[in-house]
Design a protein around this ligand. Structure first.
Ligand code: FAD
Length: 431
């Protein structure tokens, strides 16, 4: 009989908690990955994230083959159906996996776990993608934090009492089943094709982390780590990433990783915020939702150079600098009065580092409707943002080759008038 380890967003052999538990549980382990058709059906055929997943899985598969004469079984379909197949092909004892906190994943795991337990198969899940989950960092009365700074302080306090764990999964690969002929579909087998957009490597070098605070706000500089997609898909463990961050005495970068966990626990406690404003009165805002204005924003043709440069960077590379994410999001919600959910969905489609908790959390922050959001009457001025963060316009010129020529569009709204309109509309909803 075998135990199964189900890879999801933890695509690495090193420091993988669930894999480590599976390998130590006494039976040979069959490692699997499922391209979930429920998720893939909504994506374009050349989605760069699917290419990245595919390539990364091939890498894992080769490493398993080289080292242990083992392999990785890759499937495409609905997870429950795949488990039904697996249970009829193999004598399965237990299934191991790492926890995922998004609402869809929670439902899926509940269904799969339920079915497995009806077959007498144990389903074990583990915390792996965060340092602290669920109720591990809450107020003294057990309520979740909805403001970042006290959450961050409590997080650090709890962290001081818990040494950073590591899990020797890589050292136990000898416990994988020795079986090299396992299913391995190509992208085309499930209707996908290779994307031309690559996921860049991350940089967690000491130089970058030490200078992070000075550089991180300037979109023209390569001053941030580009860890996003690697944390999303688990090509680095959060424990290893945090361990690196802690080698620097500067806490700014560490705090960013805590923002990630802050939004993850918000999504866990308030899954409704995926669709609803955290502050319910914000769902009374009379969004204008003009389709053609939304198109101009998407394509980077608003006439506001920093907004347009950001949208073009996103469209071309699957990445946008954080400073510019804040501005483009604010511009959509406030200058154009387009529902944050439209912008959230567009970012979800394009970002290589798309993370539901962080994307929803940050979009609600930009709209003013979220946890720890700035007061709504603080509206970014897209021109002064240029003076502050791209003074020599090198980021703008990099992404807008026609900037300064007559091919570049006129501003689509007047800043002052749009600002007034926003204040009036928000006020009407919130008063
Ligand atoms: P670095 O600056 O090097 O930060 C390191 C890591 O810290 C990031 O990879 C990320 O995991 C975490 N982090 C940093 N800032 C934040 C933040 N504000 N919220 C949560 N985590 C943070 N981040 C995502 O990972 N996925 C998203 O879908 C996402 N959508 C966003 C949407 C909007 C409107 C805004 C304003 C921000 C969004 N962010 C999102 C947060 C942030 O912009 C990105 O994490 C960051 O730009 C990624 O680049 P980096 O990996 O080089 O980050």
């Amino acid at each position: 009989s075998v135990n199964i380890f189900w890879f999801r967003r933890d695509l690495r052999l090193e420091d993988n908690r669930g894999l480590c538990e599976a390998l130590g549980a006494g039976r040979p382990v069959l490692p699997i990955f499922i391209f979930d058709s429920e998720i893939l059906d909504g994506l374009p055929a050349d989605d760069p994230r699917v290419t990245f997943l595919h390539d990364r899985l091939q890498e894992l598969r080769s490493r398993m083959q080289e080292n242990q004469g083992s392999s990785l079984a890759i499937y495409h379909g609905k997870p429950l159906e795949i488990f039904k197949e697996l249970a009829s092909d193999w004598d399965v004892g237990q299934v191991f996996t790492n926890r995922d906190y998004e609402p869809y994943a929670r439902d899926r795991d509940e269904q799969v776990g339920q079915w497995l337990s009806e077959q007498g198969i144990e389903f074990h899940t583990f915390k792996d993608q965060v340092i602290f989950e669920k109720d591990e960092v809450v107020k003294d009365d057990g309520d979740p934090y909805v403001v970042y700074t006290p959450y961050m302080k409590k997080w650090k306090q709890v962290f001081r009492d818990t040494p950073l764990a590591t899990f020797d999964s890589a050292g136990q690969l000898g416990n994988l089943i020795a079986h090299s002929r396992l299913p391995n579909p190509d992208l085309a087998d499930f209707g996908f094709e290779r994307s031309a957009i690559p996921v860049p490597d991350y940089d967690m070098g000491g130089k970058l982390i030490d200078a992070y605070e000075d550089n991180r706000n300037y979109p023209a500089r390569e001053g941030t780590s580009r860890l996003g997609p690697h944390l999303r898909f688990g090509t680095i463990s959060i424990r290893q990433a945090l361990g690196k961050a802690l080698e620097s005495s500067n806490e700014t970068f560490w705090n960013e990783l805590i923002w990630r966990e802050f939004f993850m626990q918000i999504l866990w406690h308030f899954p409704r915020t995926v669709h609803e404003a955290f502050r319910k009165e914000y769902d009374r805002i009379a969004w204008r939702n003009d389709e053609s204005e939304f198109e101009k924003w998407r394509e980077g043709r608003t006439g506001f150079a920093l907004v347009d440069a950001g949208m073009r960077q996103l469209n071309a590379s699957g990445y946008m600098h954080n400073r510019v994410r804040m501005l483009t999001a604010s511009f959509l919600c406030k200058h154009l009065l387009i529902d944050w959910r439209w912008g959230e969905a567009y970012f979800a489609e394009k970002l290589l580092d798309y993370e539901m908790a962080s994307n929803v959390g940050n979009w609600q922050w930009a709209a003013g409707s979220g946890v720890d959001a700035a007061p709504y009457f603080r509206i970014f001025n897209p021109m002064t943002q240029v003076d502050k963060f791209d003074k020599d316009k090198s980021y703008i010129r990099e992404w807008i080759p026609e900037y300064g020529t007559e091919d570049y569009p006129e501003k689509m709204v007047d800043h002052k008038a749009a600002r007034e309109r926003c204040l009036k509309t928000y006020k009407a909803a919130l008063d």
